[in-house]
Design a protein around this ligand. Structure first.
Ligand SMILES: *Cc1c(COP(=O)(O)O)cnc(C)c1O
Length: 372
């Protein structure tokens, strides 16, 4: 049989899928260009590394590697239930919060159904939707002259909902734009969405947001039985490599998500590290402060280069560098700096840079100044 046939034999959604493009690893760049001291500001990871308490917890549990993890993540769930004042039955632990998105898609999407999300939203939404053979209904974003340029337009998203819509996915703040939605806007939206449409609010960067009108949507779960809130340990907690995140929802929805997941989807080191990281308030605070200082440093530095980033509530900035973000990305690579071109988010000419340590930010700004 020819290879082409194997493609046509695949489920249609998968056969037409464009794979997610991960950030380039530092080791690969250093090998390719024969350089050292490269920095990666490409995947919105925590420049401080993992919470030290999480690292210690991992060392203490290494002897458990031969044993299957606790499939119900008992201790982690108990801690999260306390943190969010929800019942343990309302929690689904995922292999990264991306797995929660995938579970939602597998539970609620199928051919003939659709998911609504915004243009320029997180790249995983179209992937999980299409992988289930469902349709994506892509809402027009805010125009560029809006105070949240290219951000989600909840009005346009509402207008996309039809009889076949089962899921809506919203990132707050959104990646790669950095734009965010206020409590008032989101509550109003949730009140307007039909009760039988699931709304996922992805709060991967919530811990970084300092605006008073930014909502913690986990507090609204009892008001909206169709709401799912996702959180992650990959960003502020610095545990991206361990793959652990979670979803909060009604007990009924959570039960369905838990039925669909693999029995041992989150490994034991991820569970103990996440548990330790939650209680490491000092590390969290330090991460927030470093991010705020870095946000100022980068905004100022970019402005001196005549560049103005989109307003961001998260730990990254996106801005237009010219005709091709990929071209600037390639030239930054030669200087040992990995960022993210976001041409593939229909934002041609844009790159996204993660806010790093002071010295990483300086290195990035100097490299960018040399290129431009
Ligand atoms: C980084 C990111 C995540 C995190 O995914 P994990 O699977 O938890 O690592 C989720 N949503 C958005 C919008 C992100 O940018």
């Amino acid at each position: 049989m020819s290879n082409n046939n194997f493609i046509t034999l695949a489920n249609a959604g998968i056969a037409h899928l464009t794979p997610y493009q991960p950030g380039k690893p530092i080791s690969e760049l250093e090998r390719e260009y024969n350089i050292t001291d490269a920095i990666k500001l490409a995947s919105n990871e925590n420049p401080l590394g993992p919470s030290p308490k999480a690292a210690t917890a991992i060392q203490q549990h290494l002897h458990e590697l031969a044993i299957y993890p606790d499939g119900n993540a008992f201790s982690l769930k108990r801690q999260l239930a306390q943190l969010h004042a929800v019942d343990e039955a309302q929690i689904t632990i995922g292999n990264g919060s991306n797995e929660i998105l995938e579970l939602v898609a597998r539970v609620y999407l199928a051919p003939g159904r659709n998911a609504v999300f915004s243009q320029h939203a997180f790249a995983v939404y179209p992937i999980v939707t299409q992988a289930c053979g469902a349709n994506a209904k892509i809402a027009r974003p805010n125009p560029f002259d809006h105070d949240q340029p290219y951000g989600h337009s909840l009005e346009n998203m509402l207008a996309c909902i039809d009889e076949q819509t089962r899921v809506i996915m919203i990132a707050n703040p959104n990646n790669p734009t950095g734009t965010w939605l206020t409590a008032k806007q989101l509550r109003h939206f949730l009140q307007a969405v039909p009760e039988d449409v699931i709304v996922v609010i992805d709060e991967a960067y919530s811990e970084y947001v300092s605006y008073a009108d930014y909502p913690d949507c986990s507090l609204w779960l009892s008001d909206f039985p169709n709401l799912i809130v996702t959180r992650t340990f990959s960003k502020i907690y610095g545990l991206a490599s361990l793959r652990v995140g979670y979803g909060l929802a009604s007990a009924v929805i959570s039960d369905l998500l838990n039925r669909a997941r693999q029995p041992f989807n989150v490994n034991s080191l991820a569970q103990v590290a996440a548990l330790a990281a939650i209680s490491d308030q000092d590390f969290k605070q330090q991460s927030i402060e470093l991010n705020q200082a870095g946000m100022l440093q980068l905004t100022q530095g970019l402005s001196e280069l005549g560049l103005s980033p989109l307003p961001s509530a998260a730990n990254f900035l996106s801005f237009k560098v010219g005709e091709s973000g990929t071209q600037v990305f390639d030239r930054l690579l030669t200087k040992g700096v990995i960022v993210r071109p976001i041409d593939n988010y229909q934002m041609p000419g844009y790159i996204r840079v993660t806010i790093g340590t002071e010295s990483q930010n300086t290195k990035f700004l100097q490299a960018l100044a040399q290129i431009l």
